[in-house]
Design a protein around this ligand. Structure first.
Ligand code: EPU
Length: 336
């Protein structure tokens, strides 16, 4: 029988360290335990909420649901040819450890995604991305339990509907419990160095995936706070994409506006907008504020409640709206 507990603190399981209590809580270590967990929840008319590394969540004081912490482990080489390998990795594995391990095996493709907090299973939910690479670039398929149809499904990359920080798993919230995924990695290294701070590596002779990995780790350590020391959920807002007309209006007013061309639109650096609104290194109720080295990261050093986190997030959105006429969209998910 699975061990389902009641009134369990989720504070150790969310990187913003928000004090929160799960009405029901279970750790899923074996897929075979799923039917019992579902039966338990159905009998009590509870919703199921799946928790990975908890690094992209804003939790309410109390979560009236059965929270399933995914701790499924395992990684295996399932196929290979001359140039590529296919790995199958369980959802509860730590993302950064997977990246480090794959590079040590001589397989590249994930080096730009080093040091992203969270689990493997959480990675496709928001289509994690950094330094010009997204998990969608390496992902072959996802094996997930469909809680609506109550069966295991394999979704191809196309079926996952990946977009910038979005996927089927984020939009069809609480429908899929991701168990494992397949990733395609490369035996021959072809670096992805377009992102500004990585361009310096272009001239390095004999560049290896390890070098890119080390550089990404160094950049992230300098700019992003370690959630174990300063609780945070990474970028708190998405970078907004605007039309040419809006972009031109803003650029006339702010000639130093930071942007990237994406298709027919312009992606603006939300961190720059927040910084320009003078909120970098500023704090509100409960000590919640914008990190001094990267304004896009909302930090919660005093482990305040979700209401303080939300109040600061609202304040940032209001200031950016007032100054630029832009609505910032929150990146983490809210559990109410
Ligand atoms: N900037 C400022 N002030 C700030 C912050 C940023 O002027 O306080 C400027 C920077 O100088 C730079 C630009 O804004 O010119 C962009 O900043 P950065 O390179 O740090 O990247 P970002 O757009 O803020 C995005 C992702 C990160 C990812 C990095 C690197 C989003 C929402 N965020 O951040 O992802 O690591 O690019 O690729 O897309 C995450 O999602 O949790 C995350 C950390």
């Amino acid at each position: 029988m699975v061990d389902i507990k009641q009134n369990v603190s989720l504070q150790p399981f969310n990187s913003l360290a928000i004090p929160s209590v799960a009405a029901h809580f279970v750790e899923l270590a074996q897929e075979q335990e799923l039917p019992d967990i579902i039966a338990y929840s159905r009998a009590r008319q509870l919703g199921l909420r799946v928790l990975g590394g908890g690094s992209n969540l804003v939790l309410a004081d109390r979560v009236e649901a059965c929270v399933v912490r995914n701790v499924l482990l395992g990684r295996a080489l399932v196929d290979e040819d001359l140039d590529t390998v296919i790995l199958e990795v369980a959802a509860g594995e730590n993302w950064h450890e997977l990246v480090a391990w794959s590079i040590a095996q001589g397989w590249s493709g994930l080096e730009n995604l080093a040091l992203i907090p969270g689990t493997v299973g959480a990675a496709p939910v928001q289509n994690i991305g950094a330094y010009g690479v997204e998990i969608a670039d390496a992902l072959v398929s996802v094996r997930a339990f469909d809680l609506q149809r109550e069966d295991m499904r394999t979704l191809s990359n196309g079926q996952c509907l990946f977009e910038y920080r979005n996927s089927l798993f984020k939009s069809a919230e609480n429908r899929y419990l991701i168990c494992s995924m397949r990733l395609k990695l490369h035996k021959t290294f072809s670096p992805m160095l377009d992102y500004g701070p990585l361009q310096a590596l272009k001239s390095k002779i004999g560049l290896r995936a390890e070098d890119v990995f080390d550089q990404v780790v160094a950049i992230r350590q300098a700019k992003l706070p370690d959630p174990k020391r300063i609780p945070n959920a990474g970028s708190f807002f998405k970078n907004p994409v605007v039309t040419g007309a809006v972009f031109q209006r803003l650029q006339r007013q702010f000639p130093d506006l930071v942007f990237f061309v994406v298709g027919s639109g312009y992606k603006l650096a939300a961190g720059w907008l927040i910084d320009k609104a003078d909120l970098r290194g500023q704090f509100g109720a409960g000590g919640v504020g914008c990190y001094s080295e990267q304004a896009l990261v909302l930090i919660n050093p005093e482990r305040a409640s979700s209401s303080d986190v939300i109040a600061w997030s609202d304040r940032v959105q209001q200031r950016v709206e007032q100054l630029f006429g832009l609505a910032l969209e929150v990146e983490p998910r809210f559990w109410t």
